[in-house]
Design a protein around this ligand. Structure first.
Ligand code: SAM
Length: 366
């Protein structure tokens, strides 16, 4: 079994939502007793921790520590950092449970800092994409988006985010790795939540490097897959298919889902694609998928589905990302999905919850 095949076990959806509810209750209780000014200040200070974690990733501190206790001088030498400044960073993170100072000036990894090592399931590149690269720049322009309603990426780079990534290969490589990591994380929950048994060929539209598709193919030995994404994105996809041992059942098509013809199939998967576009653009794309789908075909949209209430949800924060990084993109409620599905000729069949923040929205032809 190769590295990619190892998947973390997934807790049942019911247990996961009970834990989430408990977290909400404890948070409410805590903030009921902390003075309000301190509470909002504390919430706003999350950026210290976030940035410190991303610096620890960039300097490979968890890898340098490995399984040993090491002096900060030794770590600093290996990380090409200033020992005294590095000590302050690691001491601050130790207070968050990330690294442990065993005796003055000596650190070892904890179960949290171990998660920063490049090993199956890590999200190191996603953390760096968010906090050291493209996304950090875009987040800094959130006010522009809120005041003008416009895409901050357009203001910053003079172009949409995907064209900007295409023009900056270093950032693009980091972004693709980040997407693959999050897909790897959520693929276990997707594979556990949905049966692909009655599907012959699954097209993953905008499937990035193919990680999710390959994980699905691994679990469904008769299924064939088509990976469709922009040419500069699929450059590593063939190698990854080999790593997953599914290359014989995969076709990789470089292309634009707006400009190029889509392959005919009995199932389409779109994970985190529609949220980057306004309703009209989504409808155009969905109509194209509708034309390429068999009469009894299925469309599976994997995205957050926002509740109509004011409870905390990852999707509501993720929606801010769509506000700043896309041209009128947004996370959608079930009714909003139903509406774009209907306009494109689909009926929303069901919404399947998973243990990840993402749901599977299943549509069939009307
Ligand atoms: C947010 S990522 C999602 C990637 C993958 N589905 C996942 O969830 O990990 C959006 C993907 O859409 C692709 N994409 C954007 N515009 C596209 C277009 N016009 N044609 C094909 N793919 C496109 C991007 O290259 C990127 O891989």
């Amino acid at each position: 079994m190769n590295k990619q095949q190892k998947m973390n076990p997934v807790p049942p959806v019911r247990i996961f939502s009970i834990t989430n509810k408990l977290r909400g209750i404890f948070k409410k209780l805590y903030y009921a007793f902390v003075p309000a000014n301190m509470a909002v200040f504390e919430k706003s200070q999350g950026f210290w921790t976030a940035k410190a974690i991303s610096v620890a990733c960039e300097l490979n501190l968890a890898e340098i520590l490995g399984d040993e206790k090491r002096s900060v001088n030794e770590i600093a030498k290996k990380a090409s950092a200033d020992a005294s400044a590095l000590y302050r960073l690691m001491r601050a993170l130790a207070g968050e449970g990330i690294f442990k100072e065993t005796e003055t000036g000596y650190f070892k990894n904890t179960h949290l800092s171990n998660a920063l090592k490049e090993q199956p399931g890590h999200l190191k590149n996603m953390i760096m994409h968010q906090l050291n690269s493209t996304n950090w720049e875009v987040v800094n322009e959130m006010k522009h988006s809120v005041v003008s309603g416009e895409n901050a990426a357009q203001k910053l780079f003079g172009t949409d985010i995907f064209t900007h990534l295409e023009n900056t290969p270093e950032k693009n490589a980091l972004y693709n790795k980040a997407m693959t990591e999050t897909s790897r994380l959520s693929s276990t929950s997707m594979v556990a939540a949905y049966s692909f048994r009655n599907i012959n060929t699954l097209v993953d539209l905008g499937g990035g490097e193919g990680m999710l598709l390959y994980a699905i193919l691994q679990k469904n030995e008769k299924l064939k897959g088509v990976l469709f994404d922009l040419s500069h994105v699929v450059t590593t996809a063939a190698q990854l298919a080999k790593d997953y041992d599914v290359e014989k059942r995969v076709q990789i098509i470089p292309g634009s889902f707006f400009k190029d013809k889509l392959p005919v199939s009995d199932a389409y998967l779109l994970k985190n694609i529609l949220h980057a576009f306004d309703d009209e653009t989504c409808t155009t794309l969905l109509k194209k998928v509708h034309n390429a789908l068999d009469q009894k075909g299925k469309i599976l949209v994997i995205e957050t589905v926002i509740g109509e209430d004011n409870k905390y949800e990852f999707g509501k924060m993720f929606d801010l990302q769509m506000l700043i990084g896309t041209e009128n993109g947004k996370e959608r409620t079930k009714n909003e999905f139903r509406s774009i599905f209907e306009t494109a000729g689909f009926r929303l069949n069901r919404v399947i919850k998973t243990v990840s923040p993402f749901c599977i929205v299943e549509g069939v032809k009307k």
